[in-house]
Design a protein around this ligand. Structure first.
Ligand SMILES: [Mg+2]
Length: 199
């Protein structure tokens, strides 16, 4: 079972990974966006980490709800509201249980991904974070390693796609040939689940 500590470790591992990969995320965003994805997410997840250190949230749902709120209030552009909605919706779906199963997390994440699709209007194949998140949620039944692999494959598979949502869509066919920064950072978020599980 996954307790609040697991979810705190998940957010801390995501913050560390975003910090390590910030330059790469910004380089990807400079190709088809406005070159701020790395610094935006770094600011957001740094705020998440310090909020979670200050306020002791004792349920998985409360940890993710607080994290989502921090992302919405500290990250500008589209990625703050999208990531914030993902974590808040997931947290809300987990309710006030002290511990949740991997199956319950998968179900809650699906609600979170649905929230992101409703907010951004993106579907799978539009070259967005959904292309990493949706396959990861499907794979979660087979464990965190499977989810990580599915998210990474999904992110890589955005390269040949033409963007149909977000800033990259303004580029039309010129968005083809570049890996989507949002799908790439989403794969980092999913990969961090495996790190959190390792303790
Ligand atoms: Mg950007």
């Amino acid at each position: 079972m996954l307790d609040a500590d697991f979810f705190r470790r998940w957010m801390a591992a995501t913050a560390a990974s975003v910090h390590r990969e910030a330059d790469r995320l910004t380089a990807l965003d400079s190709a088809i966006g406005d070159a701020d994805h790395g610094s935006n997410l770094q600011r957001g997840f740094t705020a998440v980490r310090s909020a979670l250190e200050k306020e002791a949230q004792d349920t998985p749902g409360a940890v993710l709800t607080l994290a989502g709120r921090q992302l919405i209030s500290t990250v500008g552009g589209a990625s703050g509201p999208l990531y914030g909605t993902l974590l808040r919706r997931t947290g809300k779906a987990l309710g006030d249980a002290a511990e949740v199963s991997t199956e319950q997390l998968a179900e809650a994440l699906r609600a979170g991904v649905d929230g992101v699709m409703a907010l951004g209007g993106a579907a799978p194949g539009d070259k967005t974070m959904i292309d990493a998140l949706a396959p990861a949620v499907d794979a979660l039944a087979d464990g965190f390693a499977a989810a990580r692999a599915a998210a990474e494959e999904g992110a890589v598979a955005t390269t040949p796609l033409q963007a149909r949502k977000g800033r990259a869509s303004y580029l039309g066919e010129r968005s083809i040939g570049h890996q989507d920064p949002g799908a790439t950072s989403s794969a980092l978020l999913i990969a961090a689940l495996e790190e959190a599980a390792e303790g």
